[in-house]
Design a protein around this ligand. Structure first.
Ligand code: GLC
Length: 746
């Protein structure tokens, strides 16, 4: 079967006439695309800008489509939610053999934190601050996805967010623009590799452009209003970083920005993305986003919406059908310039050439590779290590952790102890939820004998049924130590999953309370699986240790056990602030000082920017994370207290592992621009290094600072620096007091 196909492929390529070419000519794609487009009808060019969904997954409202028909008509350039070698082969065969020009399809899918081997959710992975691990996870995801015929992932999601009510905070890299930008680059490199013509690389997609992470009231798809300065200083840089890393595609955001929906927003797509940043890949809309211009109240009907989106610089229409239905008509009515369609079609064809799909449309079709790639032992090992490195030990009172493997009886209680379903989180592509993932219960069984383990589910995640409490309390009383494994269901974060309440859901908090009451002096550890910062204000006083493991993925339970028993030393640090309660939201580490900050000398002073019921400080700050060992910061040095516009200074500190265990430490550099032509955040992360220190070992960590690091959008909306005084610190988290400064001089 496949041999016959390769014969047809050769024949199919001849169908493109004078375009028969070998991959050695792959460099001058433009000429090939131009030549192909000369042969294409307007309708065929429009067809390339159309994408519908296959039936292998559902990632949005189902709108009826007839894929085979559209492909045969040349009315489809890409397809999402279609994969497996067999599935993509059969669809590609229609495109290549049953259409006039045999232009291959592009298959895209949401490979967000793994395809089959699932890594921690992205918010969790970001807490590893480990760019190598981020890249590795994307590389493995690309290996598994491409082995199933996928050419393109709708990732990385690079939306900065300070909104824990917003379910999709789970998909990003947290609240910081600098860290988010570095992580964006690592994902793009991992997915796209160093040569897109290789069949184990896939196009990446920076999404959702832009500012989707700042919805009013934390409600998904909601309105975004912000000044251009904040947009440019905080929400755009990770996208720019993705462009600098060579990302091939962008995806529009569902939200409006200051009254203009992103999907029809010329300012961000033409002025910024194309003109300022020089992006030359293609832009795809989010799912039915063109049609949504009508309910946004920005387009009078779907035909008008198609016109507005194309004019704004959108190239491919995901799922709305507006391009297929209206673009030809709009050209004939002289309402849009055919050149816009040519430009969109060209960008999409260029991507297909880069992937080598014109050389061989079936190059991602390899049944043997599909069989042997998924869940490779090395992939699973990496997933286990990454899940452990992504976990954050928020609290560890009374040295509750690590737990001795010789403990006589340990009670494991909670709805997520034996979970193999939620543990891989939301947006888990084709991750298995029926037994492949390692539960915490399975993981601890590698360390304990069965008679050391006591278990009770206690309650469900959401159901208000406390009939299991009695058994759970009895089990807890029979144990020497207690481990609670609790949190959210995976569907409680991700898309269309905003919450107004950040508490651990259901009656789990009540169970925690009753277990503490029944065991006033026993060590209790809370292992948390969740897709967003939670309000743990009550729990911090009820349990001794809190281990935030997010949704840790396919090997999550094994990683949790590695951490609980000290096989792995926790090293993760928060990339998003945990508030004391939802009333503080938005709360993030680098807010502005205001004109009435609370004076350290007199926190109770009146008429200051404070609450009367809760402190301004978060429960757990950005950059926070504990270790089983201790790291001492000493001997801060600055090579000069003056920095010139063209010069550089070096800041350094010595870190010593003063504890009894080897471990990683994430060392963070923060600056504060004290005075600006616009007010500046009270602190900004400007560098970090993750180091490994054996017990007793010391290392000097150095950061170089230049004026480039100090740029921001000033009151003229120019990205520039301004002379003046800067404070500087190298610290283990964002919770510090500045003690050093330097001056930037012109
Ligand atoms: C969804 C998401 C987007 C995803 C797309 C395709 O609505 O917003 O992130 O890539 O549709 O599934």
């Amino acid at each position: 079967m496949m041999n016959k196909i390769s014969e047809i492929v050769k024949h199919g390529l001849l169908l493109i006439g004078s375009l028969t070419f070998s991959s050695t000519m792959a460099q001058n794609y433009e000429a090939k695309v131009d030549s192909l487009m000369k042969r294409m009808t307007l309708q065929e060019k429009i067809g390339q800008t159309v994408m519908y969904s296959g039936s292998w997954d559902q990632t949005g409202p189902i709108v009826g489509s007839n894929n085979g028909k559209y492909i045969r008509e040349g009315n489809m350039g890409g397809m999402l939610n279609a994969f497996t070698v067999r599935g993509t082969h059969d669809l590609q065969k229609i495109a290549v053999e049953e259409t006039r020009l045999g232009i291959p399809l592009l298959f895209g899918y949401d490979v967000i934190h793994g395809h089959r081997t699932i890594f921690p959710i992205n918010l969790g992975l970001s807490a590893s601050w480990d760019l190598k691990m981020v890249e590795e996870s994307a590389r493995i995801a690309a290996e598994e996805a491409s082995a199933e015929g996928i050419h393109w992932t709708f990732a990385p999601m690079v939306d900065v967010s300070r909104e824990p009510r917003w379910g999709r905070i789970s998909e990003g890299a947290g609240e910081d623009v600098y860290l988010g930008s570095q992580i964006a680059k690592a994902y793009v490199k991992g997915f796209q590799g160093d040569d897109l013509s290789k069949p184990n690389t896939i196009l990446a997609c920076a999404k959702h452009f832009a500012a989707y992470g700042a919805p009013q009231a934390g409600r998904d798809y909601h309105t975004v209003n912000m000044g251009e300065g904040e947009l440019r200083d905080v929400y755009l840089p990770p996208f720019k970083a993705a462009v600098e890393a060579g990302v091939e595609t962008f995806m529009t955001a569902f939200n409006e920005i200051n009254g203009v929906p992103a999907t029809a927003n010329k300012f961000i797509f033409k002025d910024i993305l194309r003109k300022e940043w020089g992006f030359n890949g293609f832009v795809v809309t989010d799912y039915t986003a063109i049609n949504e211009l009508v309910p946004h109240g920005f387009a009078k009907d779907e035909k008008h919406a198609a016109q507005l989106a194309l004019e704004a610089g959108v190239d491919m229409d995901m799922m709305s059908g507006a391009n297929r239905l209206y673009l030809e008509e709009l050209v004939k009515e002289n309402k849009i310039d055919e050149g816009l369609i040519n430009q969109a079609c060209k960008r999409i064809l260029l991507a297909k050439f880069k992937l080598g799909l014109f050389d061989d449309p079936y190059r991602y079709i390899d049944e043997e590779r599909e069989k042997t790639t998924k869940y490779k032992p090395d992939f699973l090992d990496k997933a286990r290590a990454i899940a452990a490195a992504s976990s954050v030990m928020l609290q560890n009172n009374n040295h509750a952790l690590p737990i001795s493997k010789n403990t006589k009886k340990i009670a494991f209680i909670g709805p997520l102890v034996k979970d193999e379903y939620d543990i891989i989180g939301n947006w888990a592509a084709k991750g298995d939820r029926n037994g492949k993932a390692v539960s915490v219960f399975e993981g601890i069984s590698e360390y304990l004998t069965s008679n050391q383990i006591l278990y009770a589910k206690g309650c469900e995640i959401l159901k208000e049924d406390n009939s299991g409490f009695k058994e759970a309390i009895n089990v807890s009383k029979a144990a020497n130590e207690i481990v609670l494994v609790m949190g959210e269901g995976h569907h409680m974060s991700g898309e269309a999953a905003s919450r107004t309440n950040l508490k651990i859901p259901g009656i789990q908090p009540e169970l925690i309370k009753q277990i503490r009451q029944a065991n006033p002096n026993k060590k209790i550890t809370l292992v948390l699986m969740n897709g967003r910062p939670l309000n743990l204000s009550e729990e911090v006083g009820l349990v001794d240790a809190i281990l935030e493991v997010w949704f840790p993925g396919t090997m999550g339970g094994a990683a949790v056990a590695d951490l609980l028993f000290g096989e792995v030393n926790p090293s993760g640090k928060l990339t998003v602030t945990f508030p004391r309660n939802v009333g503080q939201v938005p709360i993030y580490y680098n807010m502005k000082n205001t004109g009435r900050p609370i004076p350290e000398s007199n926190p109770k002073e009146d008429y200051k920017s404070n609450y009367i019921d809760v402190s301004n400080s978060p429960l757990f700050p950005f950059g926070h994370g504990l270790s089983y060992t201790n790291f001492n910061y000493s001997d801060f040095k600055l090579s000069s207290d003056t920095l010139t516009f063209s010069g550089e200074i070096e800041a350094s500190v010595t870190i010593t592992n003063t504890g009894k265990m080897d471990g990683h430490e994430i060392v963070q550099l923060y600056l504060h621009d004290k005075v600006g032509s616009v007010t500046r955040p009270v602190k900004e992360l400007k560098g970090f290094q993750k180091i490994f220190l054996k017990q007793g070992e010391s290392k000097t960590v150095r950061f170089t600072i230049t004026a480039q690091d100090l740029k921001f959008y000033n009151n003229q909306m120019l990205f520039d620096v301004e002379p003046g005084e800067f404070e500087i610190v190298i610290a283990p988290s964002s919770n510090f007091k500045f003690q050093h400064k330097f001056n930037l001089v012109d």
